[in-house]
Design a protein around this ligand. Structure first.
Ligand SMILES: C[S@@+](CC[C@H](N)C(=O)[O-])C[C@H]1O[C@@H](n2cnc3c(N)ncnc32)[C@H](O)[C@@H]1O
Length: 359
């Protein structure tokens, strides 16, 4: 017989979504905040949390937080879908999940309008994703007859995550501001996902003495995520593009002082040697960036400048999909030592976060 582990143990769990590749950074963030990890899956971490529930939204590397209703293995056949329906219909975790959802939401809606979102990885099941979504929608509508199922919007979201036999279902507690933040009033096409920027900042090992630099700051995501990650001495950012600088200034507004934003060429930074303690930079790469032929020259010169302005033994965190180019240049440069390479999935493209120590 198939039994849901949540109902069986009467344990109340949460899970967080993140970008695939950032799980270990999110795991550390959860543990440091007092949570304990139950399960680590690609892009999803399940954990127990006994601290204040609002503290869940301070997890900067999480894109969404869910109250976990079900965690079970089902067969890939249609009987697996039936077993899942039976658990959704009877599982006791709904009551606690709805209570927590109620504590968190400020709105008091007269009628609950809910929607089901089904995400599937790997395939192999004998029924398609939309059948899964529709069947579970019907079960929820039966269990809660006063609720109304909707295709868009709604005030309650029930998410199903399925990979092969494994199924995890949850009530979404976060809204879009956790993933997109509230500061991005002006976005650019190559702008970094905030959780990736936060993970890069964490990899710089922030301290309150930091003079933090992003030499190609785009819309300012890395600078803002550094600003949100604790005290520092100064934030420094610049970009070649006037449009990017306008976006950075819009997004930063009056916050994060002291901060200096300037138009500059990252190949020739107007900064003193050894004046910076940490660097994070999303290097130009990928289809949206038109300077492909120029990348080897650009990367060589920017690395030279980073090495000049950063203090010895300090950390630089770089993001690119041009792994070979960056690694070859770093290997030739005997003053920048590669400490760690972390692959991340960005819009179906593999990119690499490279942590480098100046020596
Ligand atoms: C991938 S984007 C950075 C995105 C940024 N991290 C964000 O989240 O918005 C790369 C940026 O590098 C800038 N750039 C390209 N070449 C540059 C150079 N030589 N000096 C300074 N900035 C440059 C581009 O204008 C672009 O804004």
């Amino acid at each position: 017989m198939l039994i849901c582990r949540i109902c069986m143990n009467d344990q109340h769990l949460y899970y967080a979504h993140t970008v695939v590749g950032l799980e270990s950074i999110l795991e550390r963030e959860i543990v440091n905040a007092g949570g304990s990890i139950e399960e680590k899956l690609p892009g999803l971490i399940q954990f127990r949390w006994s601290a204040e529930v609002f503290g869940l939204f301070d997890l900067g590397v999480s894109e969404d937080i869910f109250y976990c209703l079900l965690n079970m293995d089902v067969s890939l056949g249609k009987d697996g879908l039936k077993a899942l329906e039976a658990q959704v219909e009877t599982c006791k975790s709904w009551e606690k999940g709805l209570e927590i959802f109620g504590q968190l939401s400020r709105r008091r809606d007269k009628r609950i309008r809910f929607r089901v979102i089904a995400q599937r990885y790997g395939g192999g099941q004998q029924y398609v994703r939309t059948v899964l979504r529709d069947r579970i929608t019907n079960v929820i509508a039966r269990r809660f007859p006063s609720w109304k199922a909707v295709a868009d919007g709604g005030n309650l979201e029930f998410w199903i995550w399925q990979s092969k036999e494994k199924v995890i279902c949850g009530l979404r507690l976060s809204d879009r501001t956790m993933r997109h933040r509230t500061y991005k009033t002006n976005s650019l096409s190559a702008s970094l996902r905030p959780v990736v920027a936060r993970a890069m900042v964490i990899l710089t090992k922030p301290t309150d003495q930091d003079v933090f630099l992003d030499p190609m700051c785009g819309a300012g995501t890395l600078l803002i995520e550094r600003g949100e990650s604790g005290r520092y001495r100064e934030l420094l950012g610049g970009d070649l593009s006037k449009q990017a600088l306008l976006a950075t200034k819009d997004n930063i507004g009056p916050r994060y002082k002291p901060i200096r934003i300037r138009q500059w060429n990252a190949c020739n930074l107007p900064l003193d040697s050894g004046s910076v303690t940490s660097v994070a930079c999303n290097l130009p790469f990928g289809k949206k960036i038109k300077t492909k032929e120029g990348l080897p020259d650009l990367y060589t010169r920017v690395l030279g400048e980073i090495r000049r302005v950063i203090q010895p033994y300090s950390l630089t965190v770089l993001l690119t999909s041009e792994r070979n180019l960056l690694m070859n240049l770093l290997k030739k440069n005997n003053k920048l030592h590669i400490e760690k390479v972390l692959p991340v999935e960005l819009l179906g493209q593999r990119a690499y976060t490279v942590v480098v120590r100046a020596i």
